[in-house]
Ligand binder design. Structure first.
Ligand SMILES: [Zn+2]
Length: 279
């Protein structure tokens, strides 16, 4: 890539000079063109796609070769297609082996003879597939442990939105817009530290998690957990409602550094740090 950049530069520098012979009109046209190219760092931008192309062209045949990696097996005395398929771990068994080698075996699958060369295909194919599955499950594992308190809900009022209706002067959590009766779930495993009436918060639940943070779920119409109880990730803690100081049904959700009001932190950033994307 650096070599490419170096190549390009003289080309651009030569451009105005060669165009200059055409007259001032040509030069005037060429100059802004060059200016625009430099200003937008066209050299790296142009180099990136070509680098990508390069990688693609190199890796694609490599991957293809790996996937279709076929090896040749020389039939020994006493072999049968079934035995070979079994020993060589041919997925699809002897039928697949036969199908792949029908041209050399002929019409009778039992008629193989020592010295016959069979092609055993697709040995490499399983590996890329397996590694993709591993990657997917690893990504899932990374996101596991935390979940949304309500599914598919959008955020009405965000965190730290200023307002006189809040005693702290700002919104200490996020409001998920959900109708009354929506299942509210614990965002992670933990222990319920309080479940009951919370004044302006209405019916609320506060849960302590393994990382020392607390999650709070407020304004619920009904609770389904009690203080002291342990909960699992995604376990229902209640149903949403409009209890306490509200103008309509929603879930008020906070993350705190203590069980108490006033120790709030950004709940969206918190969930994101555990791989849970909100809204
Ligand atoms: Zn709220």
């Amino acid at each position: 890539m650096p070599a490419k950049g170096k190549h390009r530069r003289p080309k651009f520098l030569r451009l105005p000079r060669s165009i200059a012979v055409l007259g001032t009109g040509g030069a005037a046209l060429a100059m802004p063109l060059m200016g625009a190219v430099c200003a937008h760092a066209a050299a790296p931008a142009a180099a990136v796609p070509s680098a990508v192309q390069k990688i693609t062209t190199v890796s694609v045949p490599g991957t293809a070769a790996e996937k279709t990696a076929a090896k040749t097996y020389v039939v020994k005395a006493g072999d049968t297609l079934a035995k070979i398929a079994d020993r060589q771990h041919v997925s699809g068994g002897w039928k697949k082996l036969y199908a792949d080698n029908r041209a050399v075996v002929g019409g009778d699958p039992t008629a193989i003879h020592p010295g016959l060369k069979l092609t055993i295909e697709g040995q490499g194919a399983a590996q890329p597939a397996a590694s993709t599955a591993t990657q997917a499950s690893a990504a899932k594992a990374a996101a596991a442990g935390y979940t949304l308190p309500v599914e598919g809900a959008t955020i009405g009022t965000g965190y730290k939105v200023p307002g006189s209706m809040w005693s702290s002067g700002y919104h200490t959590g996020v409001d998920f817009v959900v109708p009354t009766g929506t299942t509210i779930r614990s965002v992670a495993a933990g222990t319920v530290v309080s479940a009951g009436w919370g004044g302006a918060y209405g019916n609320q639940v506060v849960i302590q998690h393994a990382d020392g943070r607390y999650s709070q779920y407020a304004h619920m119409s009904a609770l389904s957990v009690a203080a002291g109880q342990t909960v699992t990730e995604g376990q229902q803690v209640g149903v949403s409602g409009a209890t306490g100081n509200v103008t309509g049904p929603h879930l008020h959700f906070e993350i705190r550094t203590t069980p108490d009001y006033g120790s709030d932190m950004d709940p969206v950033a918190y969930l994101r740090s555990y791989g849970v994307v909100v809204g």
